[in-house]
Structure formats: structure tokens, C-alpha cells
Design a protein. Structure first.
Length: 530
């Protein structure tokens, strides 16, 4: 994690105006803080040492006139500055919240769009849980980064140098003490930050594990409830929840520890200046107005840096989530050429020639060297062990996954052929192709209406929609996997009826009843890439 992530700054397009406004307000707030310190020195010096004369503010005396020593003028100045600071703080936080919300929304939209471009196979490889986790709870942790950390960083970049310059003009000894102790603050920030980064990564990993288990539980809850096992995963979910709680509490402990360490360090540094000032004030080598000005300015030298450290550690979880988002966005799909229009598939024979699709790690082709002929009026059954690539072959036929090797072609009259989905760099428009295909996955998603249905009920409804769609090609993935024997026989009969009506049917199955009605049975195999 970096103090200022350029990848986040590059995505501030929708919030750039707010960020610039926050920066301007930070500079204005810095000016009011320093003027307030000088006003307090002017106002309090006559009360502590009556008859104070001379300009104890020296070179900074032009900022605050000596008339502020009078109570009416001093109170007026002080009330005005406090009111200005309140307005600046309100406006700064309001703008920071808007900027943070817009950047977080932009990141969420970018990640969801990227997932859609990468396709269902990439999501199913384990990225789906990561996407859900970081786009919901994870990125919410970025708001403190924009609302607290960035404004504080801007304040530190302005208040600390200005306050140190004013102290140099007022008292060289105090300025040298501040200059010598100031580097200790970022040193301790870095040491604590290394611990915070590890804690934040643990918290995000625990959140991903809990999110993945809960998502699996929600998707399978209707089936578990139908089998009387709805409470079975409760113990495991409770364990994951406890792990997430422990990781979160660990992050909070580190955040509180960082605040305590930085607070103690800055307190001791200011105390050194105060002790030195006290001895010299007692010896008469420095005036009361100068001493008050230095003592009120000294905390403002350290406070912005101390706040930068504490707010950075408080927003570490959000920065860890942002790192996860950028890691996902770095996985880019292969560049594709402009596709050509898809031809009509009705009444046409589709040939799969040497089809191979690489797994996300590029170590395996699943399927590998798959060839088949799917003609109108026929049922083609894809068989083979789990993990060999049957579902992926259907995704490739649906135009949802680009082939890594081989081609999917459309046979024409007189033996001619036209490439449809050749590879990731060429072929027809996959959207126009998919619009002619009815695809039913193993776990159909019917939206909110299907959440109260068992997996078998969802599968039957999805199959009904596919059979009634009238599309030229039907791609069915394990259509009988979650059905009882009578329902399986009914689905097999409908497969045969759809083919007899002229549809091209390709089905991945382990069911003997489906294989019995198929015109061709094709074994699907995978192969390790050497």
C-alpha cells in the first residue's frame, strides 16, 4: 500500500472538481489555523503579563495587528476565525464524501464491466467471490481514505511547512527542536504501516472466505431446505464469521496502537519545546508573547502528520480492497478484431474442428482437440468425467468463451464452410450468434423470482423456457442432474422432440436416458499444456 496511490488518482475523473475544491479548502484551513495561533498569543499575553509592550510576533506581526491585545478586538478576531474554520471543515468533509462516493462508484462500475468482458469462465475460476467481496464491503473502506486521509495529507503539506517557517521567524531554538524531532513521526508511521498492511490483507482474505461460503449457501439454500439440511453449514459459517471478526479486531487494535504511538511521540516533542521555552522564559531571554505564539504553533507542526498516520491506518482496509480491484483489472482479455455479422443458424450444420479452450492459468486445455458435427434434427451428447471441459465446450458454442485452438464453423452447400468462432482474434459477432442460441447452465439463475425455488425447480423452468424459445440451437448443460427419474425421462423425450422439430441440440450429460436419445455421443477430454 502506498501513501498516495497513482492508480486511484488516475480514476478521479468523475470527482476531480471535488478533489481540487478540497485541496483549496485545505490551504485555506491551514491559513486560519496559523492565524488563530497568532491571535491567541496576542490576546493572552497581556492577561498573563500585564503591560506587555513591543511586538513579540516579530516578522509575523503584520498578520495580526497589536490591537488584538484588547479583549473586544481579540474576541472578534477569534470568533471570526473559529466560524471560518467551522465552515471550511464542513465544506471540506462534504466535498470529500462526494469525491469518495463517486470514485468508489466508478471503481465498482469498472470492475463489473471488466468481469463481463472477461466472461463467465473467468468468473467461475474463483474470481466471482473476489468481485462480490471487493465491490460491496471491501470498497466501502475507501471512503475514510478520501474523507479523512487525503484532506489531512493536503493539510500536512501546507500547515506543517508554514507553521515551521513561522516558528523559525519567532524562535530559532524551538524551530531546531521541531526540525530534529519531526522526522520521527514518518519513521514510526512506516513501521506501524507495515504491520497494518499485513493485518488488512488478513481481514480482506477472511472477508472473501466468508463471502464465498455465504454466496454458496444462499444459492443452495432452497435445495438444502428441501433435504432438511438448511442448518448444516451454520457451524462452518460461524467459524468463518469469527475469523473475520478476529481479523477486523486485529486491524482496529493496530489502528488504535498507531494513534497511541503517534500521540505519545508528538506530545513528547511538544513537551521538549515547552520545557526549553519555560527555562528561557524564566531567565528573561524570551518574551511572553513570543513564547505563547511558539507554544500554540508547535502542536500544529506535528498534528497534521500525526493525523495523516492515524487516518492512513484507519483506511488501510479500503486500500487493500483497492489493490485487489487493480489486480483484477490487470487481467485483460485478448485483443479482438472487429467481428463480422453472424449468419442465420436455422437449418445449418455446425462443425467443431479441433476445439481447445485454455484454463485461466493456461496450464490445461479443457476441452482439448474436440471435433463434432451438430446438424439440425440431431441430438449430440457430450460425455466424459467432470472437469474435462464439457461445460466449457457449450460456452464456446454459445459464443461466451473464445476458443484457444481450433474453430467452430458453419457448413454450407457443396461442402463449403465459413468460420464462425475461430479464435479470440477473429470470428462473427458473439452477441448476434448468442441471440440464436438457447443455453441452460447447470445452475440456472432466474433472478429474484427463482430464489425461493429449489435447484430442480429452477432447472425445469429454465428448460421450459429453452424448449419454448424456438431458437435454432439448444445448448443444455446437465439438464437432468437435479431431477427425479420421471422428470429425467420427460426431459429426454423433450430433447428428442425438439430435435425432430428441426432444432440443433447439444447436451452435456452423464445420464444414460439422455445418451439413449442422442444421435451422436462424443467423449470430451482435456490435455495438459507442455
Amino acid at each position: 500500500m502506498r501513501p498516495v496511490d497513482p492508480r486511484l488518482l488516475a480514476r478521479m475523473g468523475p470527482a476531480r472538481r471535488y478533489v481540487v475544491t478540497v485541496a483549496a479548502l485545505a490551504v485555506a484551513g491551514a491559513a486560519t489555523v496559523l492565524v488563530q495561533a497568532l491571535v491567541l498569543a496576542r490576546l493572552l499575553s497581556p492577561a498573563l503579563v500585564p503591560g506587555t509592550t513591543g511586538d513579540g510576533l516579530r516578522g509575523a506581526g503584520w498578520i495580526v495587528p497589536e490591537s488584538v491585545r484588547e479583549v473586544p478586538d481579540g474576541v472578534t478576531w477569534l470568533a471570526t476565525i473559529v466560524a471560518i474554520r467551522v465552515v471550511i471543515a464542513w465544506a471540506s468533509e462534504r466535498m470529500a464524501i462526494r469525491a469518495g462516493s463517486r470514485v468508489v462508484s466508478h471503481l465498482r462500475e469498472e470492475l463489473v464491466a471488466h468481469a463481463a468482458r472477461m466472461g463467465p469462465r473467468w468468473i467461475a475460476s474463483g474470481k466471482g467471490v473476489d468481485i462480490v467481496t471487493v465491490t460491496t464491503r471491501g470498497l466501502d473502506g475507501l471512503l475514510p481514505y478520501f474523507v479523512r486521509y487525503l484532506p489531512t495529507l493536503l493539510a500536512a503539506a501546507t500547515i506543517t511547512p508554514l507553521a515551521l517557517a513561522l516558528v523559525f521567524g519567532l524562535d530559532l531554538t524551538s524551530a531546531l527542536i521541531a526540525l530534529g524531532t519531526l522526522p520521527l513521526v514518518p519513521v514510526f508511521m512506516i513501521l506501524i504501516g507495515k504491520m497494518t498492511a499485513a493485518r488488512s490483507e488478513q481481514s480482506l482474505a477472511a472477508m472473501k472466505r466468508l463471502g464465498g461460503r455465504v454466496l454458496d449457501l444462499i444459492s443452495g439454500l432452497p435445495t438444502l431446505r428441501g433435504l432438511g439440511r438448511a442448518h448444516g453449514p451454520a457451524e462452518r459459517v460461524a467459524e468463518l464469521g469469527d475469523a473475520h471478526r478476529r481479523a477486523t479486531m486485529g486491524s482496529l487494535r493496530v489502528a488504535f496502537l498507531s494513534g497511541l504511538v503517534l500521540e505519545l511521540l508528538t506530545t513528547l516533542s511538544v513537551a521538549l519545546i515547552a520545557v526549553s521555552m519555560g527555562f528561557r522564559l524564566a531567565g528573561g531571554s524570551i518574551g511572553i508573547e513570543t513564547a505563547l505564539a511558539v507554544l500554540t504553533l508547535a502542536p500544529e507542526i506535528y498534528l497534521p502528520l500525526r493525523n495523516v498516520g492515524s487516518h492512513f491506518h484507519a483506511s488501510a482496509d479500503g486500500l487493500a480492497a483497492a489493490d485487489a480491484v487493480f489486480a483484477l483489472l490487470d487481467e485483460q482479455p485478448p485483443a479482438a478484431a472487429s467481428p463480422s455479422p453472424a449468419p442465420s443458424l436455422r437449418g445449418r450444420t455446425i462443425r467443431v474442428e479441433g476445439l481447445g479452450v485454455a484454463t485461466p492459468d493456461l496450464a490445461t486445455l479443457a476441452p482439448a482437440n474436440l471435433s463434432l458435427v451438430a446438424a439440425p434434427g440431431t441430438v449430440v451428447a457430450l460425455t466424459g468425467p467432470n472437469g474435462e471441459g464439457k461445460s466449457t465446450a457449450l460456452l464456446a458454442l454459445a459464443g461466451l468463451v473464445p476458443p484457444s485452438a481450433g474453430a467452430i464453423v458453419l457448413a454450407r452447400a457443396q461442402g463449403s464452410r465459413r468460420a464462425l468462432l475461430a479464435d479470440e482474434r477473429s470470428g462473427v459477432d458473439p452477441d448476434a450468434w448468442a441471440a440464436q442460441v438457447a443455453w441452460v447452465p447447470q445452475r440456472p439463475d432466474l433472478g429474484p423470482a427463482g430464489r425461493l425455488l429449489s435447484l430442480g425447480q429452477r432447472q425445469r423452468r429454465a428448460l421450459d423456457r429453452a424448449f419454448d424459445s424456438g431458437r435454432a440451437v439448444l445448448l443444455l448443460d446437465e439438464p437432468t442432474a437435479h431431477l427425479d427419474p420421471p422428470a429425467r425421462a420427460a426431459v429426454a423425450a423433450r430433447l428428442r422432440a425438439a430435435a425432430d422439430a428441426g432444432a440443433t441440440v447439444v447436451v452435456a450429460t452423464h445420464d444414460d436416458a439422455v445418451r439413449a436419445v442422442a444421435d451422436r455421443v462424443v467423449a470430451v477430454r482435456s490435455r495438459t499444456v507442455s
